[in-house]
Ligand binder design. Sequence first.
Ligand SMILES: C[S@@+](CC[C@H](N)C(=O)[O-])C[C@H]1O[C@@H](n2cnc3c(N)ncnc32)[C@H](O)[C@@H]1O
Length: 90
Amino acid sequence: MIPGDARQSLPAWAGQADAWFLDGFAPAKNPELWDPALLAEVARRTAPGGTFATYTAAGHVRRALAAAGFAVARLPGYGRKRHMTAGRLS
Ligand SMILES: C[S@@+](CC[C@H](N)C(=O)[O-])C[C@H]1O[C@@H](n2cnc3c(N)ncnc32)[C@H](O)[C@@H]1O
């Protein structure tokens, strides 16, 4: 975990993650965590070949992650979620 508000703490983080679980509240309720600029910061801090997964399948989130450099796939979801999204830095 990287403590603090991700909009400040992620750009200031010097590390590289092998895998992310993007688990903000729903994009409609918590848009700041799904902002394209922040998702680009996620990609910049991902090790080569690193991955992400998230419960959301919102189209604008998938597009932002693809624009950030991930190969993005919409996959079958679980529980009440029909779809989820996962990807690998390409
Ligand atoms: C669905 S919960 C997931 C919590 C965590 N994954 C867990 O299992 O305990 C969404 C989390 O996003 C956090 N959050 C919302 N906006 C944030 C922001 N700008 N920066 C960092 N965390 C944020 C909330 O505080 C909340 O803990």
